[in-house]
Design a protein around this ligand. Structure first.
Ligand code: AMP
Ligand code: GLY
Length: 423
């Protein structure tokens, strides 16, 4: 089979490496891929948001199955377009991808179907924001309605900052039309859990849970990023919590989407907070998480392509999906300065041992040499029988990788280790 994978980050590298394990796979095209993906797939210089060119390429190359991984092309309708050409795909159509594409849509869905989430209000003008914020309780959370590269969420401590933030999003348009509306939310507290789940619109099969580390610096300080590292499984996600999430969140969400005429097929990502009042949804994503995928897929024992095809053909209920026991850890090596400004173009030397997996995110090939080309550069991952060993192996590999301006957190997995010790 000839496959096409849309995207070019660490998540896509993890997906491609996993797909390679299937003997039926002959050729994988990555659009656009990156410097490391080039070792596992043929990279084609088509931007992930250029859905007309993606569809044209898929048709011309008689692609048997396409996987659309990032949020932008999903929200823009890449899967709709490929389906119209008769090409089977993994990923939701645009109407279902709205669950991530519009936070106000997601919040209204949860309210309508009684799915637990933070209390909220949707606001579309600065005047209305000002009126609301005059009487609000702090801290609170302000979110841009649309996609904002994970940078559209602000935890706000006081009214002055709230007004300034509303001004920047609604009036100054710091996120363009993604900020035509804002969602103002109640501030929740509790451990966070990421759960990725396969769903074909009827059946939902959660994958092993994981824990992201979103802040840039050790000790969860600094700015929010796309994610600086992950571990799986997440020790806070006990069997009891998992059952509650299944009954109160996962199944109701899948049913709600069918009810709304937007059946969701693909990977549905639940960003959860385990509050004193039970698990609540912080956010939905319409795709695999990054860097959650880099710790979840290495633990998947079943065949990824078989599952993806079963999702597309709506026969997920017939599949047995197995995950390995044990744990995994992914440490993101970034360019110093990320998530703000940073310099790139530096050669990477990788002498990491063979028992680590180095997923490439922001890299490119220049004259046969892999160089840095983005904020998040590598996702250095290790799998082991237990979490402490996985963490040690991942950091041992990081120590053997070198590039100028490399930056990474030193405490990925430490919170999970503490939670395990307190169990
Ligand atoms: P999101 O992009 O929606 O996942 O938000 C990014 C991060 O902001 C989350 O991982 C949480 O740590 C935090 N966050 C978002 N919404 C809330 C909330 N209602 N209460 C507390 N923290 C939140
Ligand atoms: N790591 C969070 C995300 O993929 O949105």
């Amino acid at each position: 089979m000839d496959l096409l994978v849309v995207g070019g980050g660490g998540r896509e590298h993890a997906i491609i490496k996993k797909l390679r394990e299937n003997d039926k796979v002959e050729h994988i095209y990555a659009l656009p891929g990156n410097g490391g993906i080039a070792a596992d797939a043929e990279c084609i210089g088509i931007d992930a948001k250029d859905i007309d060119s993606i569809a044209k390429f898929a048709q011309e190359h008689q692609i048997d199955f396409a996987i659309v991984a990032p949020d932008d092309p999903l929200v823009l309708g890449a899967v709709d377009k490929l389906h119209a050409l008769g090409i089977p795909c993994f990923g939701p159509e645009s109407s279902a991808a709205m669950i991530e594409g519009s936070k106000s849509f997601a919040k209204e869905l949860m309210q309508k179907y009684g799915i637990p989430t933070a209390d909220y209000t949707v606001i579309d003008s600065y005047e209305a924001a000002k009126k609301y914020l005059d009487n609000a309780e702090y801290p609170l959370v302000i979110k841009a309605d649309g996609l904002a590269l994970g940078k559209g969420v602000f935890i706000i401590e006081d009214q002055e900052t709230a007004l300034a933030t509303a001004q920047r999003i609604l009036v100054d348009k710091m996120f363009g039309t993604s900020g035509d509306k804002i969602v103002i939310e109640e501030f929740l507290t509790g451990p966070e859990v990421s759960v990725l789940a396969f769903t074909d619109g009827h059946t939902i099969v959660p994958m092993v849970s994981s824990m992201d580390h979103k802040r840039a610096q050790d000790g969860d300080k600094g700015l929010n990023t796309g994610g600086m590292g992950t571990v799986a499984p997440n020790p806070y996600y006990t069997d009891e919590v998992a059952q509650r999430c299944m009954d109160e969140i996962f199944v109701p969400t899948v049913k709600a989407m069918v009810e709304e005429g937007r059946p969701f097929k693909g990977c549905l990502y639940f960003g959860l907070m385990l509050t004193a009042k039970g698990p609540k949804v912080i956010e939905y994503n319409c795709r695999f998480g990054d860097p959650e995928t880099q710790v979840v897929l290495p633990l998947l024992e079943s065949d990824l392509l078989d599952i993806m095809m079963a999702v597309e053909e709506e026969r997920l209920s017939q599949m047995k999906i197995k995950f390995k026991d044990g744990a995994s850890c992914c440490v993101i090596m970034a360019s110093e300065g990320y998530p703000q400004s940073y310099q790139t173009g530096y050669p990477i030397t990788d002498n990491s041992p063979a028992d680590a997996i180095v997923y490439h995110a922001g890299t490119k090939l220049v004259d046969g040499q892999v160089v840095t080309s983005g904020g998040r550069v590598l996702g250095v991952t290790a799998v082991a029988d237990d979490l402490p060993t996985a963490i040690n192996k991942a950091y041992a590999a990081v120590a053997k990788i070198d590039f100028a301006n490399a930056y990474y957190r030193h405490d990925i997995g430490q919170r999970a280790l503490k939670a395990l010790q307190n169990k």
